[in-house]
Design a protein around this ligand. Structure first.
Ligand SMILES: NC(=O)c1ccc[n+]([C@@H]2O[C@H](COP(=O)([O-])OP(=O)(O)OC[C@H]3O[C@@H](n4cnc5c(N)ncnc54)[C@H](O)[C@@H]3O)[C@@H](O)[C@H]2O)c1
Length: 437
């Protein structure tokens, strides 16, 4: 048996619990969750109970928690703008770190973190979980196999889904840029990371357009209330909190979800409901009360949101490959779909429709199932196409001394692409990803 690494978790919200804590907990031969920190006592109560952490290893203040090194490794899953300072402090203490993405929306902080990592030497693995998801790994294999010849251009859509847009980017934690990141980083830093991974070249120039076109006051229906519970449209508006969190209590994400229908109740305990309501178990009454008393019950046209609801980015890579990324909240179902156009063939992928189709010009077509590729990991966890659990497994390899696909330098590169796209969107001009070139 190999070494069991001790891990602490700073930020025990949705990602800290569901994506990482839960996946460390099911691998007791590899990890032991040593200590936890969150400023919200309710989250600490939940994780303490779930993972059996003693009182003296539970912290309600990051300053207190970061006074000393408490385990071999640390997961940082707090909000975007806190990551870098916490990570530098952790590196100073000698931790290896699993750091949630986006690293930060501040360019100077990306370089500050790179410098700190060089200075202190610890590992920083950024949670670009899709690099580990079996279907996305398969695409890399196919691109590299030469089956489609030389890659020329990529057409890529990130379908956010109408309910996810409303939940996270209109009402939720990521609705205001000053508190979080521009939407292109918050939602698409996986896409940007994957694009540079497939293209195998740095991005040279980006051009981007996008805006908040729908979720704003001028589109609020006449006579609507600013809160769903008192709104006359609450049963018919597709974005109403009553419909999304209570009447439906299932979301269209079920289409990718491995739970059979008889496990429907388990679905109702999961994301995004468990973010709105910290009661366990969640009931119809508890979730209604939770949305009625939080921002999740606000009218989507009265939320002070300023992150875009759609954005398009055109990219030119240094090796000549071009790509077009569309991110939109206006889709019925979530998931990515894309086409890779090569000189000898093309690869199409649609996560929601469950296929990867490889067509070699004049030679025929081969189709693979995304779900089938995910079959083994689905037994454990389906988050990010199985990427969450696979990343946790690879983090073990990183702690054991192996070099991973996701180095901090590569992760920084995709953030520079996102920040350049945002600058282009704001200024209306094309933008170089690397200023000095
Ligand atoms: N990898 C992905 O695909 C993915 C998906 C969603 C979110 N994220 C990112 O993961 C991070 C966490 O997101 P989440 O959905 O778990 O959010 P969340 O709000 O559910 O969790 C964040 C937790 O951090 C705690 N916290 C905040 N400030 C703190 C502090 N100073 N000290 C200690 N605890 C503190 C909060 O109380 C909360 O419990 C964010 O950076 C987010 O952008 C990544």
């Amino acid at each position: 048996m190999g070494k069991i690494f001790t891990v602490s978790i700073l930020g025990c919200g949705s990602r800290g619990q569901e994506a990482y804590g839960k996946n460390f907990y099911i691998l007791p031969d590899k990890f032991k969750i040593e200590s936890v920190c969150d400023i919200n006592p309710k989250q600490i109560e939940l994780v303490q109970k779930a993972w059996g952490i003693p009182d003296e290893k539970c912290f309600l203040s990051a300053d207190e928690f970061l006074k000393e090194k408490r385990s071999d490794a640390l997961v940082i899953a707090t909000q975007d703008r806190d990551h870098v300072d916490m990570c530098i402090r952790a590196l100073e203490l000698g931790y290896d770190v699993l750091l949630e993405k986006p690293i930060t929306p501040v360019k100077e902080d990306l370089y500050r973190l790179l410098d700190a990592q060089k200075k202190y030497g610890g590992k920083v693995v950024v949670c670009h979980v899709l690099r580990y998801a079996p279907a996305f790994v398969k695409i890399k294999e196919i691109v590299n196999s030469g089956k489609i010849g030389k890659l020329v251009c990529i057409d890529w859509i990130e379908q956010v889904a109408y309910w996810h847009q409303a939940h996270s980017f209109v009402r939720g934690n990521w609705h205001k840029e000053a508190d979080t990141s521009p939407m292109i980083l918050a939602k698409c830093c996986h896409d940007l990371d994957l694009l540079q991974y497939y293209v195998e070249s740095k991005c040279d120039t980006v051009y981007s357009v996008g805006d908040v076109v729908f979720f704003k006051k001028e589109n609020q229906p006449e006579g609507a209330s600013d809160r769903c519970q008192t709104c006359k449209y609450k049963d018919e508006c597709v974005y109403s909190a009553e419909r999304l969190y209570v009447a439906k209590r299932e979301c269209d994400f079920d289409r990718l979800e491995p739970l059979p229908k008889d496990k429907d109740d388990a679905r109702k305990q999961g994301w995004p409901f468990n973010v709105v309501d910290l009661s366990r178990p969640i009931t119809t009454e508890s979730i209604r009360k939770a949305y009625e008393n939080s921002d999740y019950g606000k009218c989507v046209f009265a939320c002070e949101n300023d992150v875009v609801d759609n954005q398009t980015v055109l990219m030119k890579f240094k090796n000549g490959v071009t790509a077009n990324l569309v991110m939109t909240g206006f889709t019925a179902f979530p998931g990515r779909k894309m086409t890779f156009h090569g000189t000898l063939g093309e690869i199409e992928m649609d996560e929601d429709k469950d296929y990867i189709r490889v067509s070699q010009y004049g030679k025929g077509t081969e189709t693979l199932s995304v779900k089938e590729l995910m079959r083994d990991v689905l037994k454990e966890d389906f988050g990010h196409g199985g990427g969450d659990v696979m990343l946790v497994r690879d983090f073990y390899k990183a702690l054991s001394g192996e070099e991973l696909e996701t180095t901090l330098e590569r992760s920084v590169e995709s953030h520079l692409m996102g920040l350049a796209a945002e600058e282009s969107r704001r200024t209306g001009n094309p933008c170089k990803v690397h200023e000095k070139e």
